[in-house]
Design a protein around this ligand. Sequence first.
Ligand code: G5P
Ligand code: MG
Length: 222
Amino acid sequence: MARIFKAVILGAPASGKGTISARIIKKFNFEHISVGDRLRLQVKNNEGLGIEAKKYIDSGTLVPDDLMTKFVSNELESVDKNWLLDGFPRTLNQAHALWNLHKLDVVINLDVPFDVIIDRVKGRWIHLQSGRVYNMEFNAPKVFGKDDITGEDLVQRKDDQPDVVKMRLEVYCEITKPVIEFFRTMNILQNFQGNTSDEIWPNVVNCLNGYLTDKQISAKQY
Ligand code: G5P
Ligand code: MG
């Protein structure tokens, strides 16, 4: 059996992790595990970690490490194909915990200027059930307020309000940035700079194609 390729995607809030991840899973054979999407669904259903996590998410602060690490290791246990973890780790404790459990192949870091992020986040709408993400200027839904695939309602995230976005960016600078350095010292960090996802995407494809020349790793289109 082919071995499982293990990847993480990092980046500031609204840097395009969900957008680039959706393109990766469309092109390559990965399962996308977006920690934020899975938490939001549990918040909506008032179940599992969602009950405890709601107050942290709404205020733009981080859910405690022990809860998050348990949540993510459980989510990863049932995955039997290449995976792309989005939104974890976000603290050095989480990074060490993940590294102890899984030796990652690559960490994709999206490096997008904060002024670009602040501008684009205002136009974000999401489909809660699937995590599909839209933007009124960049990738608008075909029908305003409706998901392209299911026709269900789109919602705006509470934590996309300007004061909460500011808090999330501060938390990112103080707590998450050291995680990038941690993976740099492990020699698995790939940094992608750009103002748009379209600019970043071809470089991500080249990078993953490089890894996927390894015959052990299966790809959808190759
Ligand atoms: P999340 O859900 O992981 P964030 O803050 O890391 O939240 P977010 O907001 O989901 O990340 P993203 O996925 O990086 O952003 O970005 P995206 O959704 O793809 O793109 C943002 C917007 O820009 C979209 O509208 C998209 O269409 C648009 N866009 C993309 N590219 C372009 C472009 O080129 N041009 C334009 N104009 N627009 C574009 O975490 C949420 C909370 O959960 C908790 C925390 O409370 C966190 O705040 N949490 C954790 N807590 C502790 N530890 C962890 N590991 C945690 N993980 C989650
Ligand atoms: Mg996201």
